[in-house]
Design a protein around this ligand. Structure first.
Ligand SMILES: Nc1nc2c(c(=O)[nH]1)N[C@@H](CN(C=O)c1ccc(C(=O)N[C@@H](CCC(=O)O)C(=O)O)cc1)CN2
Length: 288
């Protein structure tokens, strides 16, 4: 049987039309007000600027507003904390996104943690992570939550399955592992110091690759019938298409499902951010 393609691009598109309707309903009930996502970009990293632009465009497509805050490369932790506090106190702002990474002089963790829990629609605060891990209400971190929404939309069974997460970053690997655990998967977290990585991956029913290295996970490590979720993206070289963290091409006829790169996990990251922003807007404006 050909592998199921976990098509994040089309799921995101379908969800956007549902979100547009929710924003319209909200506008009608809240005297024309829309949810507002504040996006903070510090410095001039071109990739970060592109992602923030994509987020603003997604807000626009569903009829909600975004408030773009752009700060210079030389911004201090204190100045960024001031900006976040102003946005926390602005009743018209329903979600705050601080684009990662920030310049090296900034204490990124302190700045993430300054975001008010109810506006943490990107799911980056320690408080939100702790609450999510304990099964309490909190917005999930956008990429892992997007992956969970994608797996759910395609009815991929998780309960009792062995999931191997490769990567332990605060906004991907760690929250991913907790979300899979909360869905009753048996979870192994691997990382750069893991010994015998191939042996761990060979045990996996579900692999989530979040390593940030081009085709680092080899096809021969992956067992037949596994589900492959590739959270990496590396632009193509010499006119070749982009690739992810997994050597995917040899696997297409022997895994049960996989996320394409591009068009799998990436669009779900942005979609989850706006999905959670709409939810926050509804809670704030309608008290739902
Ligand atoms: N505060 C955050 N910072 C960062 C996050 C995040 O979730 N929150 N994630 C990444 C970057 N990112 C969003 O910010 C992101 C990366 C990739 C994509 C995407 O759609 N990629 C496309 C391919 C790229 C392309 O076509 O140019 C795809 O996979 O189809 C969206 C968002 C780091 N920072």
């Amino acid at each position: 049987m050909p592998a199921l393609v976990l098509d994040g691009k089309s799921l995101a598109k379908k969800t956007e039309s549902e979100l547009s309707q929710r924003v319209n309903t909200l506008k009608a009930k809240a005297e024309g007000k829309t949810p507002i996502l504040a996006t903070i970009l510090v410095g001039s990293d071109p990739a970060s600027a592109t992602y923030v632009k994509m987020k603003g465009n997604a807000c626009q497509r569903i009829g909600m507003d975004s408030l773009k805050v752009e700060l210079p490369e030389s911004t201090s932790t204190e100045a960024l904390l001031d900006t976040i506090n102003q946005l926390n106190n602005d009743p018209n702002v329903h979600g705050i996104l601080l684009q990662h990474p920030v310049p090296a002089q900034i204490d990124e963790r302190a700045c993430f943690d300054a975001i008010a829990l109810e506006k943490d629609v990107d799911g980056v605060t320690c408080l939100g992570f702790g609450r999510m891990s304990m099964g309490e209400s909190a917005y999930g971190c956008a990429t892992p939550k997007g992956i969970m929404r994608l797996l759910e939309a395609y009815d991929i069974p998780l309960s009792g399955k062995h999931a191997v997460v490769i990567g332990r970053s605060p906004i991907l690997g760690k929250p991913m592992a907790m979300m899979l655990l909360n869905a009753d998967a048996t979870v192994t977290i691997c990382h750069s110091r893991t010994q015998n990585l191939a042996e761990h991956v060979k045990q996996a029913d579900i692999i989530v690759a979040a390593v940030g290295r081009r085709e680092f996970v080899k096809a021969e490590w992956i067992k037949d019938g596994a589900v492959v979720v590739d959270a990496g993206y590396h632009p193509g070289v010499d006119g070749q298409p982009g690739v992810g963290d997994v050597e995917l091409a040899p696997l297409l006829d022997r895994v049960s499902a996989y996320t394409p790169v591009p068009g799998g996990v990436g669009p779900m990251t942005i979609n989850t951010l706006i999905y959670q922003s709409v939810d926050s807007g509804e809670k704030s404006m309608l008290g739902d």
